[in-house]
Design a protein around this ligand. Structure first.
Ligand code: GRF
Length: 211
């Protein structure tokens, strides 16, 4: 079986990137997938250090320099890079921007995102803060295919975690993050094994799976 070539986009710390890299090297994605390239849009973001430490190539394409231009201009740059590395699946691992319809089409819809809440609740950049402000008793994380709306495409895997009265954004965030690091590699594994079928909004998973 040939390994699935993954391209990653990140803006921040890159702990999800690292969990996927490690799964490819020694975990559930071993011999199934490999991270070929990271694109980072933020100068100084730690995700690039993580890529470097694992000998994964990375390119910094500063989105700040494209703010006055249509989103497609930035996305074209990314497509060029990902094509150079023959990427078949793109993972958004803490990428704090939208991608265009053109970008999604360029990869036949094979673009996944992780969100640190149970979608469709608590979309957006401050999920943990919003969860705590609202007072819900469970939160969690979601891996989904990306469409042209923010935190919106067909859901692949979700995992619940409890929210405690004593929680703050950090304690809740790290409880959720622990599961993010499991469900994203699992979603990629299901994709590699061709067990995902999309019917409109519904992702049908062939058979059962454990986390
Ligand atoms: C994660 O919580 C992810 O769900 C969200 O941004 C955060 C990125 O964390 N989209 P990291 O950079 O992977 O550590």
């Amino acid at each position: 079986m040939t390994e699935l070539k993954i391209g990653a986009i990140a803006s921040g710390s890159g702990s999800n990137l690292e969990s996927i890299i490690k799964s490819c090297k020694t975990g559930i994605l071993k011999n199934k997938a490999s991270v070929e390239i990271l694109i980072c849009n933020k100068i100084g973001a730690f995700c690039m250090e993580r890529a470097k430490n694992h000998n994964i190539p990375y390119e910094l394409i500063e989105s700040n320099k494209y703010l006055h231009l249509p989103r497609e201009d930035y996305d074209k740059k990314m497509i060029e890079v990902f094509r150079k590395y023959s990427c078949e699946l793109i993972v958004l691992v803490g990428y704090m921007r939208l991608v265009s319809g053109m970008f999604i089409e360029a990869f036949n819809g094979n673009v996944m995102n992780i969100h640190p809440a149970l979608l469709p609740s608590f979309k957006g950049m401050h999920a943990h803060r919003d969860v705590l402000d609202y007072g819900v008793k469970v939160s969690g994380c979601t891996v989904h295919f990306v469409d042209n709306q923010s935190d919106h495409g067909p859901i692949i895997i979700q995992k619940c975690v409890p929210v405690y009265d004593t929680d703050n954004e950090d304690t809740l965030g790290s409880r959720v993050l622990e599961w993010e690091h499991k469900i994203f590699p699992k979603a990629i594994e299901l994709f590699c094994n061709k067990r995902l079928q999309i019917k409109e909004r519904l992702v049908i998973i062939d058979g059962e799976f454990d986390l």
